[in-house]
Ligand binder design. Structure first.
Ligand SMILES: NC(=O)C1=CN([C@@H]2O[C@H](COP(=O)(O)OP(=O)(O)OC[C@H]3O[C@@H](n4cnc5c(N)ncnc54)[C@H](OP(=O)(O)O)[C@@H]3O)[C@@H](O)[C@H]2O)C=CC1
Ligand SMILES: Cc1cn([C@H]2C[C@H](O)[C@@H](COP(=O)(O)OP(=O)(O)O[C@H]3O[C@@H](C)C(=O)[C@@H](O)[C@H]3O)O2)c(=O)[nH]c1=O
Length: 279
């Protein structure tokens, strides 16, 4: 039996769709992962083959004002799960990199997070690798889905209500469907080797800017709201984001034999699901 934390979030919801009755799904109400005693007791009383840790503090800008809270979840929560759970798939982020590269980041490349969110996620990765007996740390990026809060849903909403949108075109990355990410996790689960601890990257194929992504969202949703490309300095945010955070997927494709589709194909499918849900 698997344990999925953060079960009501984007990735947790997609995992529930795929894993069904073969996992137990918990959110903060059942178990606050930042509470060491609660995690220890819960994992002492319930035995799981593997924990898939999708719980996280993901509000990137708010984390700048709440570093303690973000650290409690992203760093310490991950540590407790790894320490008391032993076998874990832990999700991390492209924001552990500073974005100064011009070629896709490999797993062993130097990290240098620019934001509190990125720093606390990096601390979580390290804790998982230190404390778990068996671990896969899976970094991903720019995740969206029909569930929860994400850039794609925000852009869709704004596209329907505003006359035009302004979106940064100087931050480059790879959008990732939470559903495709969930499928890659199932593949990893089936092949995980006891006693091994390793880091992998997974996103959908292809690269784009947030502006390109917003344009694609409008296009695929059949909306004609103009999207205006702007520079990051014209869209000030509390947290600094990397200008370039493309992740190389060579390792996960080689080790796990994954086939990964282009972000635009995945996006079309998700936008259709979001529209079907709204009608
Ligand atoms: N979203 C993205 O673009 C990206 C996400 N990631 C990583 O992928 C993983 C999944 O992200 P995603 O599904 O988008 O995240 P979501 O924000 O959609 O879901 C996270 C879930 O974690 C729960 N949670 C927060 N704090 C706690 C806590 N103390 N104890 C238990 N549960 C808690 C939240 O519950 P509540 O709603 O009650 O707060 C929420 O349901 C995370 O590790 C994230 O860092 C990586 C790259 C990109
Ligand atoms: C909504 C909006 C955002 N932006 C900019 C702000 C920012 O620089 C960029 C991305 O916007 P967001 O703040 O929605 O996305 P952000 O919260 O930074 O997304 C990140 O979330 C965390 C959890 C991750 O791990 C990352 O991989 C990444 O997905 O787009 C615009 O230019 N115009 C807009 O209308």
């Amino acid at each position: 039996m698997m344990l999925v934390t953060g079960a009501n979030g984007q990735l947790g919801s997609e995992l529930r769709n795929l894993l069904g009755a073969s996992a137990v799904y918990i959110d903060r109400e059942t178990l606050d992962i930042s509470d060491e005693a609660a995690v220890r007791n819960y994992l002492k009383n319930n035995c799981f083959d593997c924990i898939i840790n999708c719980a996280a503090y993901t509000a990137v800008d708010r984390a700048e004002d709440e570093p303690v809270q973000a650290n409690a979840v992203n760093h310490l929560g991950s540590l407790w799960l790894a320490k008391y759970g032993k076998r874990i798939i832990h999700i991390s982020t492209d924001y552990v990199f500073d974005g100064t590269s011009h070629v896709p980041y490999h797993e062993e490349d130097k990290t240098n997070p620019l934001s509190i969110y990125g720093k606390t996620k990096l601390a979580g990765e390290k804790a998982v690798l230190d404390y778990a007996e068996t671990a896969v740390v899976l970094r991903t990026a720019w995740v969206y889905s029909p569930y929860g809060n994400n850039f794609v849903k925000n852009i869709l909403r704004m596209g329907r209500t505003r006359e035009s949108l302004r979106v940064v075109s100087d931050q480059i990355g790879s959008p990732t469907s939470a559903g495709d990410l969930a499928k890659s996790i199932i593949e990893i689960l089936q092949q995980m080797k006891t006693g091994k601890k390793d880091v992998y990257h997974f996103t959908n194929e292809g690269v784009c800017s947030w502006y390109d992504l917003a344009v694609a969202v409008m296009d695929l949703a059949g909306l004609s709201t103009p999207v205006i490309p702007i520079e990051s300095r014209d869209f000030p945010t509390k947290a600094v984001r990397p200008f370039y955070s493309v992740l190389s997927k060579r390792k996960i494709k080689t080790h796990y034999g994954l086939g990964i589709r282009h972000w635009r194909e995945a996006l079309g499918e998700v936008i259709k699901k979001i529209n079907d849900k709204n009608h």
